[in-house]
Ligand binder design. Structure first.
Ligand code: ZN
Length: 361
């Protein structure tokens, strides 16, 4: 399975110049190779192959010394790009589609180059690029699997690295286990097995800090320097909390997907309207969406099932007999006349699982 990761790069002035230099060398080479293909066809009626053109690279370096400042595999990739453009062209001709002939590239249309195998490595917060430099990279998550290629892209004056990775198919052995999950306010979630997924301490700490900072900003005078400074700090903290939350949601969602064949949630869109939570809504919300979102896509690649159900009455209904047992938010225990007693959220989680199973069968 192939997977692509894209990260923002922050090259220095000098590294930017190097990147643009390589881009321009690649573009000129591309156009030159295209011109030679066209000329060869006109002269002898035959197309040059990828290998024929690749074999010319060492000689080109002799009379165009600038090419020595470009990693050799990056140059080979230019030959490959042109070859792919031709293959696509021939395919279109064969399928009698509208066949645009490969074109010369103006500067505006040549915005990337590729290290197809080597010449790059990630080390800490830097991407080491041969002939470019050690470029600062923002790795918001670790690429999974074996990195095959690295493509540098320049877009709207921003710089990016795209890694194409070979990942093992994540299909897991079949699991008969099923679970319902009630998304909570005082804890992230409670499961139909009675387990609690708590927000970890570090995250709660950061979230408290976030609330305090938010208040601090609102107290400062508009347009003042102190307010600007506080806003900057708040933005930084927001990012930190978002990262912590995401990492945590990744970890918890992985555990759920590994263990259960079917995972049932409340439908968040409906749930937002039904549940009345007084706590900092956006903060709780953010934790939930991450969890549901990550479980959903991990489940997909693992061959697991995720079902979202209408949460209406899931906390009021008795999961044992179906009776409606009215209770306010403050009542944390579900106690039914049928004799069934359970934690309020656990009862809800069991109802969620039941609803999901009705939907499935
Ligand atoms: Zn009951």
């Amino acid at each position: 399975m192939q997977r692509t990761y894209k990260f923002r790069l922050y090259p220095t002035k000098e590294e930017q110049e190097n990147i643009h230099f390589v881009l321009e060398c690649c573009r000129l080479l591309y156009n030159r190779l295209l011109a030679e293909r066209i000329a060869a066809y006109k002269q002898s009626g035959r197309s040059l192959t990828y290998y024929e053109q690749k074999a010319t690279l060492p000689e080109r370096k002799l009379y165009i010394p600038a090419l020595k400042n470009v990693h050799s595999q990056v140059l080979q990739n230019v030959v490959e790009r042109l070859d792919k453009a031709y293959q696509a062209f021939f395919r279109r001709v064969k399928n009698a589609e509208k066949a645009g002939y490969p074109r010369f590239k103006p500067e505006s249309q040549y915005n990337s180059f590729t290290y197809p195998q080597s010449g790059f490595s990630i080390e800490g917060k830097q991407l080491l690029l041969s002939k470019i430099g050690d470029v600062r990279i923002r790795l918001h998550r670790q690429p999974q699997g074996r990195i095959k290629t690295c493509t540098i892209i320049v877009k709207n004056d921003n710089y990016y690295a795209c890694f194409s990775c070979e990942v093992e198919s994540q299909r897991l052995p079949v699991s008969e286990k099923q679970i319902g999950i009630d998304l909570g306010v005082s804890q992230l979630a409670v499961t139909s097995d009675g387990d609690r997924i708590e927000s970890p301490k570090f995250l709660r700490k950061s979230e408290d800090k976030l609330k305090r900072k938010q208040r601090a900003v609102s107290k400062k005078k508009h347009g003042s320097n102190r307010r600007r400074k506080a806003v900057r700090e708040l933005a930084k903290l927001h990012e930190k909390v978002a990262n912590q939350r995401r990492d945590y949601a990744h970890k918890e969602s992985r555990k759920l997907v590994n263990e259960y064949g079917l995972i049932a949630f409340e439908d968040l869109n409906i749930q937002r309207m039904v549940k009345n939570h007084r706590l900092a809504k956006s903060i709780v919300d953010a934790g939930w969406s991450g969890l549901v979102q990550f479980v959903t896509y991990k489940a997909e690649s693992a061959g697991r099932q995720v079902v979202q159900v209408n949460p209406y009455n899931t906390s009021q209904q008795c999961s044992n007999c179906g009776e409606i047992v009215k209770k306010s938010l403050a009542v944390r225990v579900h106690q039914c006349s049928c004799g069934y007693v359970a934690d309020r959220d656990e009862n809800a989680a069991i109802n969620i699982l039941k609803l999901a199973l009705q939907n499935v069968s």
